[in-house]
Write a protein that binds this ligand. Structure first.
Ligand code: PGA
Length: 246
């Protein structure tokens, strides 16, 4: 980063962690900064408790359907009513643990943009794909599925997060060079569809980002911030990461 035309972006993905106490501590103590877009994505039951926060809030998932008989699901209009601006979509834990295919993710991206919210679209390869040299093809297929469903306009309405699955929650971060290589590829692929949107889209890196390694990752040309899991549960660490991005 951090390219002057793209405002740095740091999102915390709390996954299935948190409590009323943690929500309150973030609302009271996490400062906003005009230099970086900061978003916290808590479990859905906590979303509306952030109404007094200085930072933005996002959901971790959404239904592709508008309403009706979908027990356990949450609609985009509910997410918007809870005060969210963003929705994480296509996280590998949803793709792998909840059978979300590229096509399902693409329909969710389309519905999210139609609802006036911004998808944080997660893509990234498993270890065996990295080891067999298939990273670019894998990531390209994930992106192509979105373009097929949504058309090229999704690029200017989304934030993209590159999260190699082998780096998530493992403490094994991609090196800044490994991450930059894929980020540059993603931007090039998007530029083939819409050069100006691709120059402006924020591409985040996610996977074991912490207070110690964030600056080095964010220093790379095409890394515009991070999607932070474990380290987003500790306010001091998350604050340091936000500062590294700004
Ligand atoms: P991690 O998770 O930072 O704990 O590796 C990142 C993510 O899954 O978004």
């Amino acid at each position: 980063m951090i390219n002057s035309q793209r405002k740095p972006f740091v999102a915390g993905n709390w996954k299935m962690n948190g409590s009323n106490e943690l929500v309150e501590s973030f609302c009271s103590n996490l400062a906003s900064s005009p230099a970086v877009d900061v978003v916290i994505c808590p479990p859905a039951v906590y979303l509306s408790k952030f109404s007094h926060a200085e930072f933005a809030v996002g959901a971790q998932n959404a239904s592709e359907f508008a309403a009706g008989a979908h027990t356990g699901e949450i609609s985009l209009s509910m997410i918007a009513e809870a005060g969210c601006k963003y929705v994480i979509l296509g996280h590998s834990e949803r793709r792998e643990g909840h059978n979300e295919s590229n096509e399902v993710v693409a329909r969710k991206v389309k519905a999210t943009i139609a609802a006036g919210l911004t998808p944080i679209l997660c893509i990234g390869e498993p270890l065996e794909v990295r080891e067999s040299g298939g990273v670019f093809d894998f990531v390209k297929a994930q992106l192509d599925a979105i373009a097929n469903e949504c058309g090229v306009n999704y690029i200017k309405n989304s934030v993209v997060a590159y999260e190699p699955i082998w780096a998530i929650g493992t403490g094994k971060t991609a090196s800044p060079e490994q991450a930059q290589e894929v980020h540059a590829f993603i931007r090039k692929e998007l530029a083939a569809l819409d050069a100006s949107a691709a120059a402006n889209v924020r591409i985040l890196y996610g996977g074991s980002v912490n207070a110690a390694n964030a600056s080095e990752l964010f220093a790379k040309t095409d890394i515009d911030g991070g999607l932070i899991g474990g380290a987003s549960l500790k306010i001091e660490d998350f604050t340091t990461i936000c500062q590294a991005a700004s």
